[in-house]
Ligand binder design. Structure first.
Ligand SMILES: Cc1cc2nc3c(=O)[nH]c(=O)nc-3n(C[C@H](O)[C@H](O)[C@H](O)COP(=O)(O)O)c2cc1C
Ligand SMILES: [Fe+2]
Ligand SMILES: [Fe+2]
Length: 395
C-alpha cells in the first residue's frame, strides 16, 4: 500500500479506482445488494505511463485525486479503454482534459464508440489490433480482443512483465468492499451472480477468450468491478465451468401466484424433486431478487415456470421472466410449465410460445382449473418424478 486508499498490485502498478458503496441498481435492471466498484489502474513504466479504464460518471474527481497521489495527470501517456460502457469509460473526457498529451487506446470498434459517446477527437485515439503491444519502457501492455465480453468493442490488457491481466468486466463481481477475492468468504456466489447477469448470454465468446488467455502467464487478474484475484486459478476454473455450461442436479422454480393455486402446484413440485434428491431453489417473482434468480440459473439443469392466467395470457411477471430467460441463455436443459386458470386459460400456451425457439426440452406443461385437486397433485408428482429422472440421467 502506498498511502491512504492507493493500493499497489505490484511495483509501479496501482489501483486508483473508486468504490460505489451505495449503488443499488445497475443497467436500470440488476439489483446490487453490495454496491460495486469501478477499478482503474495506473501503470508507471520507465518510459511511459498508462491509465487502464476510468470510472462511472460522477466519480471523476475521486479518480483524479487518486491519480494525483501518485503522479500528475499531465504525465499520463495512454488512457487504455478496455470497454466503452460508461461505468468504465465515463470519466474519459475529464481525464483526457487533465492529461493533455494522453492518447486513448482502444480497438477499432472502441475508437468509434469513444467518438460517439465521449467525443474523443480521432487524432487523440490510437487504435490497436489483437495482440498488439505498447511499450512503456520496462513494462509492456499487450491487447487482447475480447468481443462481447461485455460489448463488441471490448479488449483485455495484459501487463507482460508483471503477469497481470486487466479484463475489465470479465472476472468481475459487483462488490464495493474487499480488495482480494480470496479474502471474501462468499466471493464465488457474487461472481456467479455477476456471470449470470452479464456474461452468461455470451458463453461461446467467453470460451474463446478463455482459450486465448490460456497461454499467458497470469499471476494476477485485476477486473474493473469488485476484488482482485491474486489466486487466479479459482476464478478461471469457475469461468471454465460456467462457460461450457456445466449444470448440477438442481432445479429453479420461478413462479407467481395471485390466489395461491399456482403456489400449491409449484410447492408440490418442489417436494417431489427434493424427495428425488434434486436441489431446489424457489423464487417467487413478486419478491425475489432477480440477480439471485439469475445466479441460480447459471448451474441449474432444470427450470419450473409457474404462471397463472391473467386477462387471457400469462401473468406479466412470468412473461418478464420468460423473456429474461430467453435473453440470458442459461444452460438449462429441461423445463416444466405449471399454472392455474379460472375460465379460458392461456398462460401456459403463451409461455410455451415464448420459449419454443430456445434449446430446452419442455418435459411437461400442465394447466389446471382453479385450485389443484388431489388428482392434479398426483399428476404433478408424476411430472416431478419424470423431471427428476431426466435431471439425474443427464451429466
Ligand atoms: C386480474 C385477474 C385476471 C384474470 N384473468 C383471467 C383470464 O383472462 N382467463 C382465465 O382463465 N382466468 C383468469 N383469471 C383467473 C385466474 O387465472 C385463476 O383465479 C387462477 O386460479 C389463479 O391462479 P393463482 O391462484 O395461482 O393466482 C384472472 C384472475 C385475476 C385476478
Ligand atoms: Fe460492461
Ligand atoms: Fe462494467
Amino acid at each position: 500500500m502506498l498511502e491512504r486508499n492507493i493500493f499497489k498490485l505490484s511495483e509501479n502498478v496501482c489501483w486508483v479506482g473508486v468504490r460505489d458503496w451505495n449503488r443499488r441498481i445497475f443497467d436500470a435492471l440488476i439489483p446490487l445488494p453490495k454496491g460495486t466498484s469501478y477499478n482503474a489502474y495506473l501503470i508507471i513504466g520507465s518510459k511511459g505511463k498508462a491509465l487502464i479504464d476510468t470510472v462511472n460518471p460522477g466519480f471523476e474527481k475521486d479518480l483524479e485525486s487518486n491519480i494525483r497521489f501518485i503522479i500528475s495527470p499531465e504525465e499520463i501517456d495512454y488512457v487504455i479503454m478496455n470497454h466503452a460502457e460508461p461505468d468504465h469509460a465515463g470519466a474519459i473526457p475529464h481525464i483526457m482534459s487533465i492529461a493533455p498529451k494522453s492518447k486513448l487506446v482502444a480497438t477499432a470498434r472502441g475508437a468509434k464508440m469513444a467518438q460517439i459517446y465521449y467525443h474523443v477527437p480521432s487524432d487523440r485515439i490510437k487504435i490497436v489490433v489483437d495482440n498488439e503491444v505498447i511499450s512503456l519502457g520496462d513494462k509492456s501492455l499487450q491487447f487482447i480482443e475480447a468481443p462481447m465480453l461485455h460489448w463488441p468493442e471490448t479488449m483485455f490488457t495484459y501487463l507482460k512483465e508483471d503477469g497481470i491481466l486487466f479484463p475489465c468486466d470479465f472476472f468481475g463481481a459487483h462488490l464495493a468492499g474487499g480488495f482480494y477475492s480470496d479474502e471474501i468468504e462468499d466471493y464465488i456466489i457474487h461472481a456467479q451472480r455477476y456471470w449470470g447477469e452479464i456474461m452468461m448470454p455470451f458463453r461461446s465468446m467467453a470460451q474463446r477468450a478463455l482459450e486465448k488467455i490460456s497461454g499467458l502467464n497470469i499471476k494476477i487478474i485485476a477486473p474493473s468491478h469488485g476484488p482482485i484475484h491474486r489466486k487466479p486459478e479459482i476464478i478461471l476454473d469457475a469461468y471454465k465451468r460456467w462457460a461450457v455450461g456445466e449444470t448440477r442436479r438442481k432445479a429453479v422454480i420461478a413462479y407467481v401466484s395471485m390466489w395461491g393455486s399456482t403456489d400449491m402446484m409449484v410447492k408440490q413440485m418442489a417436494e417431489v424433486l427434493m424427495a428425488e434428491e434434486i436441489e431446489v431453489v424457489i423464487h417467487n417473482l413478486t419478491v425475489s431478487d432477480i440477480g439471485d434468480l439469475v445466479k441460480d440459473l447459471v448451474d441449474s439443469r432444470a427450470v419450473v415456470l409457474g404462471a397463472p392466467t391473467v386477462l387471457g395470457g400469462a401473468h406479466p411477471l412470468s412473461i418478464y421472466l420468460s423473456y429474461l430467460f430467453r435473453a440470458l441463455r442459461p444452460p438449462t436443459k429441461f423445463a416444466v410449465i405449471l399454472g392455474s386458470y379460472g375460465w379460458g386459460g392461456g398462460a401456459i400456451k403463451q409461455i410455451q410460445d415464448m420459449i419454443k425457439d430456445i434449446k430446452i426440452e419442455v418435459v411437461s406443461a400442465l394447466e389446471i382449473n382453479g385450485p389443484p385437486t388431489e388428482e392434479d397433485m398426483r399428476k404433478i408428482c408424476n411430472i416431478g418424478r419424470s423431471l427428476a429422472k431426466k435431471i439425474k440421467e443427464e451429466n
